[in-house]
Design a binder for this molecule. Structure first.
Ligand code: GLY
Length: 424
């Protein structure tokens, strides 16, 4: 069969790798793709937001399944456009992707259906938000309602920081319409865990857990990024916690979306905080995490196409989802200066060292391929993933493999998975 993947990051590279393992797939396209994805897929220069062009391409090439990797096209309604044209596509429709596209929608959903989360308030005007902040206790979390390139969540330690956040989002409108409404919520403490779940509208099956490291610098310091590295599984997400999540969070979320007439088909990413009072939802996303996909997919035993088709056909209950009994760690190699100012166009060497090395992967994010080789082309450049018998071994292997790659201004955190030591 022929598969089209929409997206261009490390997540889409991990999806392309996973699709390439399927015996059912003869040809993969990726739009727009990147230098690394071209190893498995023919990259097509159509942007992820060009829905009509993508659908025309899928028709012309007789694509059997299109997989949407990114949040923007999902929230924008790409799945609806494909379905209207009779094309088979994996991802939630616009009315379900709103679970990621509007923070106030997701908080209201949790409140209405008693899904554990923290206290929050929604504000449509900066004056009301500022008034509320005057009597709030800090730290507090300020969230732009809409998608804001991963930069719409601000943790404010003081009233001054919160006021400046309101100015950025609501007065200066730095993220446009995404910041016209804000959610202000209590700050939760505990361990963060990401659980990506396959969903068929009725049934939900969680994959193995993962943990991201969002801050730019070691010790969780510095600015928020798209994610500087991950490990899987999380030793803090025990079987007992998983059972609570299944009963109180995962299935209730599926049922709530169905009750609202917004059946969710695709990947539901549940961002959890394991608090002293039990697991609570931090956020929902409507797609694979990046770089969570880079540690979860290499550990999945199932054929990804079988699972995705079961989701589309409402037959997920028939799938026995299985993961390897090992661990994986992903270290992101970034351009020094990310997420602020950084230089691009640096030649990358050492990528060939990953060829034919079982359990080692280099997923491309911000790279470009030219006649002279592969060059850096973004903030997050590569994700180096390695597996191991346990988390400690996977971590050692990932950091060893991260040294195989060189480029000028290469930057990485050195403490990805350090939390594993705390679990002992
Ligand atoms: N790693 C966090 C995200 O994908 O949103």
């Amino acid at each position: 069969m022929k598969v089209l993947i929409v997206g261009s990051g490390g997540r889409e590279h991990a999806i392309a790798w996973s699709v390439a393992q399927s015996k059912r797939v003869d040809k993969i396209y990726c739009a727009p793709g990147n230098g690394g994805i071209s190893q498995y897929a023919e990259c097509v220069s159509i942007g992820a937001m060009e829905f009509e062009k993508l659908a025309d391409f899928a028709k012309e090439k007789e694509i059997d399944l299109t997989i949407i990797g990114m949040d923007d096209p999902l929230v924008g309604g790409i799945v609806d456009v494909f379905e209207e044209k009779g094309l088979r596509v994996f991802g939630p429709r616009k009315n379900a992707a709103i679970i990621e596209g509007s923070k106030s929608f997701s908080k209201d959903l949790m409140k209405k259906y008693h899904i554990p989360t923290c206290h929050y308030e929604v504000f449509h005007s900066p004056e009301e938000a500022l008034l509320y902040l005057e009597s709030a206790s800090f730290p507090i979390v300020l969230k732009a309602d809409g998608l804001a390139l991963g930069k719409g969540v601000l943790i404010c330690n003081t009233l001054e920081e919160a006021e400046s956040g309101i100015a950025t989002l609501m007065f200066d409108k730095q993220f446009g319409a995404a910041g016209e409404t804000v959610v202000i919520e209590d700050f939760m403490t505990g361990r963060e865990v990401s659980v990506l779940c396959y969903c068929d509208g009725t049934h939900i099956k969680p994959m193995t857990s993962a943990q991201d490291h969002k801050r730019a610098k070691d010790g969780d310091m510095g600015l928020n990024t798209g994610g500087m590295g991950t490990f899987s599984p999380s030793p803090f997400y025990t079987a007992e916690i998983q059972k609570i999540c299944e009963e109180q969070i995962y299935q209730p979320t599926m049922d709530a979306m169905k009750a609202e007439g917004r059946d969710f088909v695709g990947i539901l990413f549940v961002g959890l905080m394991l608090t002293e009072d039990g697991p609570k939802v931090l956020e929902y996303n409507a797609r694979f995490g990046d770089p969570e996909a880079q540690v979860v997919l290499p550990r999945m035993k199932n054929d990804i196409i079988d699972v995705m088709e079961a989701c589309i056909d409402g037959k997920l209950s028939e799938v026995d989802l299985q993961f390897e009994e090992n661990a994986a760690v992903c270290v992101v190699l970034a351009s020094d200066g990310y997420p602020e100012k950084y230089e691009k166009n640096k030649k990358i060497s050492g990528l060939e060292k990953f060829e034919n090395k079982d359990g080692y992967y280099v997923f491309h994010a911000g790279t470009k391929k030219t006649e002279d080789g592969i060059f850096t082309n973004g903030g997050r450049v590569l994700g180096v993933t390695a597996k191991g018998a346990d988390l400690k071994e996977a971590r050692r292997n990932a950091y060893q493999a991260a040294e195989w790659v060189s480029f000028e201004n290469k930057y990485m955190r050195h403490d990805i998975g350090k939390a594993i030591d705390d679990a002992e």
